[in-house]
Design a protein around this ligand. Structure first.
Ligand code: PLP
Length: 379
């Protein structure tokens, strides 16, 4: 079945007990057993809950994987994946990974004996030269955050698997979503999501996910998911599932609006640089067009007036809300260096202070452009 159909039906058959068309929110912590150790697949809700099972099956189908695992947040999913490693193992990570990912790696997991290197994953040779004999994981985002750089997933996967057969490639697919890009089909071993963003899509839930092809990896991750316990509640699973049903139509409109916003910004005299994966000025535009169905909903921009102008502009928008996060129906605007990526300040992966990141929502695009116009006017 095709993507849109799977989004609405995969894992979501009408409830066998009642016929409920929408997956019920199984708000329970435990399940009755018919006899000691005899149950219907559910014992205790940290280990499994039917609402979560439905979400996990749908996520696996959409990513073209065999197994999905849902978590309480994107960071919980990331942390659980990193627990596949052991002290002394080395990770090669993208240079502009999500700020919270960098913080988890540098300020938490380093203290447990993991080693991290940060490279520009758009450059295959940089990835290759960062590999060490103990490299077990390569972790990247494409499009990256907030620079929207595009890494060649097939090429990186081939390189990693050839050079380090025991290493995995993990791709944080939060920005693209499986509707635009399917990393497992291009050779990645693990796909990670913050379902808080486009998958949930309505800024009303925090969640995370991991999808894999391999049953062995799934078994290890399911063990960790239960042992560590960073699981989402059933209401949160329901909300993400409900978001998934409209993912395809939402992403199409996000991309239409974002492309129009990028075109508008690129033509303004106050604008220094517009970054959008499908824009003619993007350094990896050809690769983006091969690898992704559309350019997605994120646009980054720098102004000629620098950081001060950027701060003035983001404080002047009225339709775009000044806030962290992304991927909801409403448009958001922020300054990564001061907000989402503040934890990278002073580090080698620091973001320039004048960069503005827009999460272009589903409002009427003329209203969005008019809002940016009035915000830029005083510059
Ligand atoms: C938000 C985000 C995360 C972290 O997810 P949470 O759900 O906030 O824990 C990880 N990666 C990317 C790319 C993100 O945007």
């Amino acid at each position: 079945m095709k993507f849109e159909t799977q989004a609405i039906h995969a894992g979501q058959d009408p409830d066998s007990a009642t016929g409920a068309v929408m997956t019920p929110i199984y708000q329970t912590s435990t399940f009755a057993q018919q006899g000691v150790g005899r149950h219907r697949g559910y014992e205790y809700a940290r280990t499994g809950n039917p609402t979560r099972t439905a979400l996990e099956a749908c996520l696996a189908a959409l990513e073209g994987g065999a197994h999905g695992l849902a978590f309480a947040s994107g960071m919980a999913a990331t942390d659980t994946v990193l627990r596949l490693l052991a002290p002394g193992d080395h990770v090669v990570a993208g240079r502009d990974v999500y700020g919270g990912t960098y913080r988890l790696f540098e300020r938490v997991l380093k203290g447990y004996g993991l080693e991290f290197s940060y490279v520009d994953t758009t450059q295959l040779s940089d990835v290759e030269s960062a590999l060490r004999p103990n490299t077990r994981l390569v972790w990247l985002e494409t499009p990256s955050n907030p620079l929207l750089r595009i890494s060649d997933l097939r090429a990186v996967a081939d390189l990693v698997h050839r050079a380090r057969p025991s290493a995995w490639l993990a791709v944080d697919n939060t920005f693209a979503t499986p509707y635009l890009q399917r990393p497992l089909e291009l050779g990645a071993d693990l796909v990670i999501h913050s379902t808080t963003k486009y998958l949930g899509g309505h800024s009303d839930v925090v969640g995370g996910a991991v999808v894999v092809r391999s049953s062995e990896l799934h078994e290890r991750l399911a063990f960790l998911q239960n042992a560590v316990g960073a699981v989402p509640g059933p209401l949160d699973c329901f909300l993400v599932l409900r978001g998934l049903k409209t993912l395809a139509v939402r992403m199409d409109r996000h991309a239409l609006n974002a492309a129009a916003v990028a075109e508008y910004l690129a033509a303004q005299s106050q604008v220094e640089r517009v970054i959008y994966p499908f824009h003619a000025s993007h350094p990896e535009q050809d690769l983006a067009r091969r690898q992704m169905r559309s350019g997605g909903g994120m646009v980054s921009v720098t102004l000629r007036g620098g950081a001060a102008a950027a701060v003035r502009a983001v404080e002047r928008t009225r339709v775009f809300t000044l806030a962290e996060s992304l991927g909801g129906v409403e448009s958001l605007i922020e300054i990564p260096a001061a907000m989402t990526h503040a934890s990278t300040a002073g580090s080698p992966i620091e973001v320039e202070p004048g960069l503005i990141r827009l999460s272009v929502g589903l409002e009427n695009v003329e209203d969005l452009i008019a809002d940016l116009q009035q915000a830029l006017q005083a510059e």
